[in-house]
Design a binder for this molecule. Structure first.
Ligand SMILES: NC(=O)c1ccc[n+]([C@@H]2O[C@H](COP(=O)([O-])OP(=O)(O)OC[C@H]3O[C@@H](n4cnc5c(N)ncnc54)[C@H](O)[C@@H]3O)[C@@H](O)[C@H]2O)c1
Length: 327
């Protein structure tokens, strides 16, 4: 099925990846049911025109409410679901019970609704956080055969979701693809430690200094590519319950900063020395390549160039502030 003939329900649509997913789906003429517990349309406004915002079917939905999730899917009859709603690492640590409600129970609720309403394709967000500390893994590109060893609650919850998906396939043939993004960057990426990569591009656009809080090797994926991979994974209508690592670009933070400075010599970007992120950094993405046939991947320098230009245009238009640089 093509996106043009499909009805996509997105959970967590006010988030970064959700906004980019809607950008892609609108370009392809899909019908969008945009759900989120938050009703303030701020991130999507950075990517969509007012007319495009008006063309979307916005629905308030808290994924922790099983009845509401099922009723939403039953009423709007989506052909495909992209499940992105979730709380990130610091929020799960601050409120573990709420973290489990949103990330684990919320995911069960989405799978239940897909099961009872015969949704054709489902993709959902896991995370590199499911894998845990880099020290526990061999020094080579990791495959999906390298098992999750999560070391924080967010990772534990994401691992639970991956196993939930497997049981929904085994018991009820609800097919799904789970994806494990790492450092997602681009316009709309504004919170969490790894958002520093996106914030560095914003700082260059605003002609401000910015210090990235980590160094070492990272895997970076542009938000537009990640959104595309979520859409393609749902459209694949996968017969199984696989979870895939993402790769795109594996680089040192120093290399990222060097590329920024090459493209924008006036960039005032520095980074913390000897403070690598605690996750494995190198992934083999043969699994997702085989499942989709083609994995969206914007060349890194092209992505940096267009991000800085996009941030500049948004700043000039008064649609974006630099407040997130101090968060
Ligand atoms: N951005 C990354 O670098 C990254 C990396 C790995 C995994 N992920 C995962 O991808 C998914 C999307 O990431 P993002 O960057 O767009 O996240 P985000 O934090 O920008 O957006 C998450 C959205 O979920 C919504 N939400 C929170 N609680 C909810 C609830 N109870 N019901 C409905 N909606 C709720 C929030 O309002 C928000 O709009 C998340 O599950 C995240 O864990 C993201």
């Amino acid at each position: 099925m093509s996106a043009a003939n499909s009805r996509f329900l997105i959970t967590g649509s006010m988030g970064c990846i959700g906004a980019w997913a809607m950008r892609n789906l609108l370009d392809e003429g899909a019908h969008i049911i945009a759900t989120d517990v938050d009703t303030v349309v701020s991130r999507p406004r950075l990517l969509l025109s007012d007319e495009e915002i008006d063309s979307i079917d916005w629905q308030k939905l808290d994924v922790t409410d099983a009845q509401a999730v099922n009723a939403m899917v039953a009423e709007h009859n989506p052909t495909h679901i992209i499940h992105l709603a979730g709380l990130q690492i610091p929020f799960c640590k601050a409120d573990p019970s709420m973290g489990a409600m949103v990330n684990v129970v919320g995911t069960v609720n989405v799978f239940e609704a897909a099961r009872h309403n015969k949704v054709r394709g489902l993709s959902y967000a896991s995370s590199v956080g499911a894998l845990g500390a880099a020290d526990n893994y061999p020094n080579r590109p990791l495959t999906e055969a390298d098992l999750p060893l999560p070391n924080n609650l967010y990772g534990v919850y994401k691992t639970a979701n991956e196993n939930t998906a497997k049981v929904y396939w085994q018991d009820w043939q609800v097919g799904s693809i789970g994806l494990r993004p790492y450092t997602v960057f681009g316009v709309c990426r504004d919170q969490g430690m790894t958002a520093d990569i996106a914030k560095a591009c914003l700082a260059v656009a605003a002609d401000k200094p910015f210090h990235i809080r980590f160094d070492g090797p990272i895997t970076v994926q542009h938000a537009n590519d990640v959104a595309r991979i979520f859409i393609d994974s749902a459209l694949a209508e996968h017969q199984g319950a696989d979870v895939f690592n993402l790769r795109n670009d594996v680089i040192e933070v120093a290399e990222f900063v060097a590329s920024l400075k090459q493209l924008f010599p006036e960039a005032q970007i520095t980074f913390e020395q000897n403070n690598p992120l605690p996750f494995p950094a190198d992934f083999d993405d043969a699994g997702i390549q085989a499942a989709l046939g083609r994995v969206a991947h914007t060349p890194l320098k092209q992505a940096i160039q267009s991000d800085v230009e996009q941030f500049k245009a948004l700043l000039d238009a008064g649609k974006l502030s630099t407040d997130s640089l101090n968060a």
